[in-house]
Design a protein around this ligand. Structure first.
Ligand SMILES: *Cc1c(COP(=O)(O)O)cnc(C)c1O
Length: 434
């Protein structure tokens, strides 16, 4: 008997994923809906259910899903037979993107950095950044920090702190010395500690090629470094002949409240990595910004078939022109950051000893245990909110909503989240009382 294909065309089951997709899949386990469409800050599944998106592709969708201007430009590019894949040839779309990047992002911030396109993942940009620093200095050691996350290819993974991810390497990870991030120790300024370790001839740390950090650790639990600490690290890098690499893959592109997460700290990194939201549309695109004097790679020395992604250049240019050509978007972000802080304070007040984490629009609440944070996120998901955890024990409920989320949708999402926490905490109390 022929199968009735009309049903399977419109309604999928998850069985194919269980049968065929690798066990390496992750987000889909806790959020098994069959997502089909999305726009702005909302995701929809095949059956017409809607979720508010407080995950935003881990900050790859800072301007929301399917921004109408980016979408129109991309569709127009495709229908007019614009280049889809151009290796690293000159294309009109790359010229337009670089012009927008120069005019609206780099020049106004006094940055004369060159833009190097790498393979389209963040990890590839981090690999390139570390290689550049090593080539410039002739040194191998890179200083990275506790709870840092820089990607999972072996070079970047060596700089990543998380034991679970490191364990997946299957080989020794080297070339990196781990140092305590800001706030890792109570009562010790870990920048002073680093300086002393490097300054003592018997400190036992090889002279570093680079010091690499996230100003707000995304996967590591939303630890926000103080501006003074980052500034001190910049000075320490200079003093010891190392380059300063700021990995702005997650905290950049407006997430911190400004385009770069470091721009109000008075530091100028030698190298900046960007990926995640730089395309604006959720398309893969990654790059390294490097001071001209350190732009040392020869042609194709760090190559990659997909260096630069022409479709992503189209949307990335629109993102910059639409959101960063003047200050209006940035001042909206300041208002939204205040709203997030207010609502997360409300959430934190429900959990004894809970702490607010992060900065800008990269905020969360450390609820003390991964189990509790996971339960709150799972309950929120059941009620129409996509949200994830972060941190060494997944103990932080993390809000990474699109920056374009309206005040109304933000409040709806927070209402769901806070109700979820109340429900989970209520049932936890009951279990404890039984
Ligand atoms: C996500 C992330 C990376 C890795 O990017 P991929 O595209 O997943 O390889 C590197 N650094 C930071 C800070 C990130 O958040």
């Amino acid at each position: 008997m022929p199968k009735d294909t009309t049903v399977s065309k419109t309604t999928h089951t998850t069985e194919i994923f269980e049968r065929r997709e690798s066990e390496a899949r992750s987000y889909s386990r806790g959020m098994p809906a069959m997502f089909a469409t999305a726009s702005g800050s909302h995701l929809h599944d095949e059956s017409g259910n809607t979720w508010i998106d407080f995950l935003a592709g881990c900050s790859s969708l800072n301007y929301g899903h399917n921004d109408p201007d980016m979408k129109a430009a991309l569709v127009d590019h495709i229908t007019s037979d614009g280049i889809t894949h151009g290796l690293d040839l000159h294309t009109n779309t790359k010229a337009d993107f670089l012009t927008a990047m120069e005019e609206h992002i780099l020049a106004p911030r006094g940055m004369d950095h060159r833009v190097m396109f790498t393979g389209p993942t963040g990890a590839n940009a981090v690999e390139a950044a570390m290689k550049i620093a090593r080539k410039v200095t002739g040194r191998t050691n890179v200083i990275a920090f506790t709870n840092g996350f820089h990607g999972v290819t072996n070079g970047a993974l060596a700089a990543t702190g998380n034991g679970y991810h490191r364990g997946g390497a299957g080989m020794s990870l080297h070339g990196v010395t781990r140092m305590p991030f800001d706030g890792f120790f109570d009562g010790i300024d870990s920048a002073d500690y680093l300086d002393q370790m490097l300054s003592d001839a018997s400190g036992g740390i090889d002279a570093p090629a680079a010091i690499m950090l996230e100003t707000i650790q995304g996967e590591g639990g939303l630890n926000a470094a103080r501006a003074e600490w980052v500034k001190k690290i910049e000075g320490i890098a200079k003093k010891h002949g190392a380059l300063l690499i700021i990995d702005d893959i997650q905290a950049g592109c407006g997430r911190s409240g400004t385009f770069f997460s470091f721009e109000e700290m008075g530091v100028t990194p030698d190298i900046v990595t960007l990926a995640k939201s730089i395309s604006g549309f959720g398309l893969p695109l990654a790059m390294v910004l490097v001071k001209p004097e350190y732009d040392v790679f020869g042609p194709a020395e760090h190559n990659g078939t997909f260096r630069g992604n022409t479709h992503a250049f189209v949307t990335a240019r629109i993102a910059i022109e639409k959101f960063w050509a003047d200050n209006s978007f940035q001042s909206e972000l300041a208002d939204k950051a205040r709203l997030i802080e207010e609502r997360l304070t409300e959430l934190a007040s429900l959990v004894p000893e809970a702490r607010l984490k992060g900065r800008g629009l990269m905020r969360g609440v450390d609820v003390g245990s991964g189990e509790l944070a996971g339960k709150i996120c799972a309950e929120a998901y059941k009620n129409g909110l996509v949200i994830e955890t972060s941190g060494s024990d997944d103990q932080v409920v993390k809000v990474l909503a699109p920056l374009t989320t309206s005040v109304e949708t933000f409040n709806e999402g927070f209402d769901i989240l806070i109700a979820a926490a109340r429900k989970v905490l209520g049932s936890t109390t009951n279990i404890a009382a039984e």
